[in-house]
Design a protein around this ligand. Structure first.
Ligand code: PLP
Length: 396
């Protein structure tokens, strides 16, 4: 009998009951705007920022309308403007180069290694081309952060972290988002906490925090923030920082607070699923496992493997055969962007140099979501299906 998987790769878990209760309370009082507070009341958004700052150990936190908005705000806060080059990963998703384009700046793409992290040798060769690096921890893979920070510090590069896939991850025990000048997170449905849309930005730099707060649209009401710098910092920047509204609202914040309290447990559950799939895929001929470095604490909310140097038709055949058995694999090597996959050279608004070594890796990256609605048995079944189809095509 041919086994089939019948679950959904896009179905997340429901919003927890305590988060639903908190959301109902906000709707019952009607004060959804973050600065709309009753006398003595602390808004859900301000509390969320205070709690996420404490959770990450950051001095300052700002909640905004999306992860992409957090990235663009970070770029503006560090002073990136029209025409400025910004180093970033060739292997990432569209909101990353999009945030660079949104401020009129130009992405300078840096290659990808077989570990699916930024190629630090390629970065070294390009460091003199920009003053800012937007580092995307794409699909949760952390590069050697010690070496990267040494390189950036030596070259005077400001590093902004895209932690859309690394909320809860760490490098040698230091949480992802704490190495760069600013860490940005997404609270969109497919990330590690779910408010539909939403973003969080953290930093230890008072001036960057004040600028980001003003940029997000604080209407000079910054004193209602609980994780922002003091008014004296705002005094220095408030007349010269534009309002580019992208605030978070109290309804989303109310949904997020209980989820963040539960993050560690969820990370554990993701990793149980990830590890189960990885175990099932090991020692499949033709398939390369992406080994995780010992220094990395990862969040297995998605899994990648490589079909390195396979003919494109044969990869397409694996995808087709897995799909016929209910397993949705995404392919970053496809000629056309499909769904969320896309390649650096498909973002035609940004110039790019050909990167043959990265192209070889991108052409072999297979990617799969691991939602928490999968049981461990589902994970074993999915791995068996992938294993048998990869083997069948490999041997044919
Ligand atoms: C989701 C995502 C973002 C931000 O996304 P929003 O949809 O704007 O919240 C940024 N980078 C990567 C790699 C992402 O996957």
């Amino acid at each position: 009998m041919t086994e089939r998987f019948t679950g959904s790769f896009t179905q997340q878990e429901p919003i927890p009951e305590d988060a639903i209760e908190a959301a109902l309370a906000v709707m019952r009082h009607g004060r959804l705007h973050r600065y709309n507070v009753a006398a003595g009341e602390l808004s859900e958004t301000a509390l969320l920022e205070q709690e996420f700052a404490a959770q990450t150990g950051a001095k300052y936190c700002l909640a905004v309308s999306s992860g992409g908005y957090a990235l663009a705000t970070a770029l503006r806060a560090v002073g990136v403007g029209p025409g400025d080059p910004v180093l970033t990963n060739a292997f990432t998703l569209a909101p990353v180069p999009g945030s660079i384009a949104s401020v009129g700046a130009k992405p300078v793409f840096v290659g990808v290694t077989e570990a699916l992290t930024i190629d630090l040798d390629d970065l070294a060769a390009k460091l003199d081309q920009a003053k800012v690096l937007m580092l995307s921890h794409m699909r949760g893979h952390l590069c050697d952060m010690d070496r990267l920070m040494q390189m950036c510090d030596a070259a005077g590069i400001v590093m902004i972290e895209d932690c859309a896939h690394t909320m809860g991850a760490a490098w040698r025990g230091q949480l992802s988002g704490r190495q760069g000048a600013i860490g940005c997170y997404s609270c969109q449905t497919y990330k590690h906490v779910n408010s539909g849309e939403g973003g969080l930005l953290i930093t230890d730099d008072a001036e960057l925090a004040a600028k980001a707060t003003m940029l997000s649209g604080s209407y000079m009401l910054y004193e209602r923030h609980l994780a922002a710098p003091g008014p004296e910092v705002f005094e220095r920047i408030k007349y010269t920082t534009p309002n580019i509204s992208g605030r978070m609202d109290n309804l989303r914040a109310a949904i997020l607070r209980p989820q963040l309290r539960d993050l560690d447990r969820q990370v554990q559950r993701w990793n149980e699923r990830y590890d189960e799939i990885e175990r099932g895929l090991r020692e499949t001929t033709g398939l390369t496992i992406v080994e995780r470095p010992e220094d990395e604490t990862y969040v297995g909310s998605s899994i990648q493997f490589l079909l390195l140097d396979w003919q494109p038709e044969r990869i397409a055949e694996v995808i087709r055969r897995c799909a016929a058995r209910g397993v949705e694999l995404k392919w970053f090597g496809g000629a056309e962007p499909a769904g969320f996959t896309s390649r650096y050279d498909s973002w035609r608004y940004a110039d790019s140099e050909p990167m043959p070594e990265s192209d070889r890796i991108l052409a072999g990256i297979m990617d799969m979501r691991v939602p928490l609605t999968f049981s461990l048995e589902d994970c074993r079944l999915i791995a068996r299906i992938i294993r048998s189809e990869v083997s069948a095509v490999y041997q044919s």
